[in-house]
Design a protein. Structure first.
Length: 244
């Protein structure tokens, strides 16, 4: 999976994708007022974009609410998602063994998005948000994507998100270690109460996705090495399924 490199954000494109993502996450559709409030953009600009998306079938309007239109499924949806189906048995195996939350994530722009999650059944557990952009750093999944990204993309990201020079050097060293060891660990860096491990999934010598497992820091901190070994074993199984 190639990183965006020197790609630059475009305001109109960002507004369009934000509209689609907001509507996709809404169970009952979004009202126009919800979209303008979330985008913090002029009503006239949002109105033009929304009506254009409706006209092209990417949004559907009914009773003042917008839902995802048929064009998304008919024109954009892939017929099969081999990584998802190849990863599911491994996610279930990890969940059965450890009963902690297991996640499959992909790189989307300069963010991580979880596309599949099996949550722990413990009363106190990590609940991962599906199909929501998450920062690359310091999430363990994001660290994996950064560690294997091309240098231009990685340095551009660090320049924006880790502006302090010494801290950036420490992150570079951490990412280098992750690339060598093939595992990323987050010891309460994103949320003090949550820790986790992530391992990249490769296919045809490319990073395709990342498999992660996370839980309450007090419960799993001493088991992170054990978790890392188990997740590594399962990512190898996933790569074998993809190849076979």
């Amino acid at each position: 999976m190639s990183a965006p490199g020197d790609a630059k954000e475009h305001r109109t494109v960002s507004r369009v994708t934000n509209i689609l993502e907001l509507v996709a996450r809404s169970e009952n559709g979004c009202r126009f007022a919800d979209l303008t409030a979330a985008l913090d953009a002029p009503r006239s600009s949002v109105h033009v974009l929304v009506k254009g998306l409706v006209a092209n079938g990417y949004l559907h309007e009914e009773s003042g609410r917008y839902t995802i239109g048929s064009a998304v499924r008919a024109l954009l949806a892939a017929p099969t998602v081999p990584i998802d189906s190849a990863a599911r048995p491994s996610m279930e195996a990890l969940h059965d063994k450890f009963n902690e939350t297991v996640m499959l994530s992909f790189l989307v722009g300069d963010a991580v998005v979880y596309t599949d999650v099996i949550e722990s059944t413990h009363m106190i557990r990590y609940s991962a948000p599906l199909r929501t952009r998450r920062p690359l750093y310091p999430t363990s999944s994001g660290k994996c994507f950064l560690a294997y990204a091309n240098e231009t993309f990685r340095e551009n990201y660090l320049a924006v998100h880790i502006p302090e020079g010494e801290a950036r050097d420490q992150v570079r060293a951490e990412l280098s270690s992750i690339a060598k060891e093939g595992v990323a660990i987050n010891r309460g860096q994103t949320l003090p109460d949550v820790s986790g491990v992530s391992v990249p999934i490769f296919g045809h010598e490319q990073l395709l996705a990342v498999l992660a497992m996370a839980g309450p820091t007090t419960r799993i901190l001493d088991r992170l090495d054990e978790f890392a070994a188990a997740v590594k074993d399962e990512t190898n199984q996933i790569s074998t399924r993809l190849a076979g």
